[in-house]
Design a protein around this ligand. Structure first.
Ligand SMILES: Nc1nc2c(ncn2[C@@H]2O[C@H](COP(=O)(O)OP(=O)(O)OP(=O)(O)O)[C@@H](O)[C@H]2O)c(=O)[nH]1
Length: 162
């Protein structure tokens, strides 16, 4: 059986939302920054067991420094969120707590995966220190560039949505 679920990626400008999707859907990466205007929609079917698969409809929204500025029509009918920040740019996770609170209040019961991307740009020591302070808020550290943990992120969310 195949069911269809809508996933929305949120986060600041340039944190790597489009790159994570491209890595997951096409297994490609580009250093070029092509800013997303409005929304791009991608699709990928993921097998979650021998008999079940899930068709992920993935919405790549333009970057926002504040979730409240996102057009509410883009968020209608969302089954799961991926909130992405850039480990190498603290401004992209300064308001992480309040952004997550906003999602919890407005979309209760919708799963949210929090992702620290661009892991390849920070040292292991930085990541260790970072995890000690903010680790409890973060579900995955990823790199769209190397592909690290990208499949794990989408498959974990897909399984939760079934
Ligand atoms: N080193 C490194 N660079 C990355 C990674 N992910 C994305 N980038 C680079 O970061 C820049 C922005 O990536 P995008 O995927 O366009 O970011 P976005 O969040 O979709 O940006 P908006 O369209 O503004 O919302 C590009 O130059 C990418 O090549 C990563 O994991 N590591």
């Amino acid at each position: 059986m195949t069911t269809s679920k809508k996933i929305v990626l949120l986060g600041h400008f340039g944190v790597g939302k489009s790159s994570l999707i491209r890595r997951f859907v096409e297994n490609t990466f580009s250093e070029n920054y092509k800013v997303t205007i409005g929304v791009h929609i991608f699709k990928k079917v993921v097998e979650v067991s021998n008999s079940d698969s899930i068709s992920l409809i993935i919405w790549d929204l333009e970057g926002q420094d504040d979730i409240k500025k996102t057009r509410s029509s883009y968020l209608l009918g969302t089954n799961g969120f991926i909130y992405v920040f850039d480990l190498s740019r603290p401004i992209t996770f300064e308001n992480l707590n309040s952004e997550l609170e906003f999602l919890k209040e407005n979309f209760p019961n919708i799963p949210v995966k929090v992702v620290g991307n661009k892991m390849d740009l920070v040292t292991k020591l930085y990541l260790k220190d970072y995890s000690e302070v903010f680790g409890h808020l973060v579900d995955f550290f990823t790199s769209a560039k190397t592909g690290s943990r990208v499949d794990n992120l989408f498959s974990k969310l897909a399984k939760e949505l079934l």
